[in-house]
Design a protein around this ligand. Sequence first.
Ligand SMILES: [Zn+2]
Length: 327
Amino acid sequence: MLASLSDSGSTPLDPGLAGGSLKVGRGGVPSQYEGLIVQAANDCKAGLSPSILAAQLKQESGFNPKASSPAGAQGIAQFMPGTWKTWGEGGDVWDPNDAIPAQGRFMCSLLKRAKNPAKYNDCPTETVTDPSQYNGSPTELALAGYNAGWCAVERYAGVPPASFAKGQTYDYVKIIMASSRQLTLSGASGGSSGAWTRPTSGALGTVYHATGAHWSSGYHTGIDFTVPTGTTVKAVGPGTVITAGQGGAYGNQIVIRHADGKYSHYAHLSSLSVSKGDTVKGGQKIGLSGATGNVTGPHLHFEIRTGPEYGSDVNPIPYLRQHGVSI
Ligand SMILES: [Zn+2]
């Protein structure tokens, strides 16, 4: 499937959070809200995951429709009166039958902006209009916009850093992403062989072709995912492992050849769970992230190459999107 930048039509959910169905009942979503949450997500044609809406409701109110905050936020989705005017469509903020669909409409509008920031022109600071240059997946950007207002996302070209608003927005995105995975039934996701996926969880850090003295070529030949050491790294698509071992400045690295003749490359790993010659499925675990080789901290460095060797890199973002990965 071809991922489209247009905000019309159905687009895939962010891998890493998509997949399984909602976990309902003990430790999950109260059963009386399941239908409303799934419907609100399905009504959004921009790829909104029910587990994200559920995680927000859990975080905002603990699924309590009578919740109110000292700041004036009301109901199960904790709408402020001004925001409710925009999204409530005249409904009752205390009624989940109105509040959950409204939250879905609000998040959907943010997701559309995250997928096409150039289309809207109403923030004081707009530096970057190419969504592939934003730090974060569309869902992460939408969550940051939900927490801090969309213009903060544009100002930072991504999820605002931990130094913004005492880390409140940065933490909110992390909490919701983690919680959404806990609210998803495992087993239904990631099982489809041959599916394409992002190589790891975590926000996008250094972008492709960033320039600087760190890199021998003078520019960054891949993209970085900000993940702590020990985070699962997956093959982005089906292929054959042609390199698995020490790679100098890249530390422990893996190179996979795909059927289209392109190569995916994963660097600075702390451990490898595949060997040269192995056949892998898309989404299969191939190792753990780390900080081996020439790094300033733990992260996954990821490249797409037209050949097996260093120097044949292409921008991974459009490549992954062509394979249906929402990134
Ligand atoms: Zn890198």
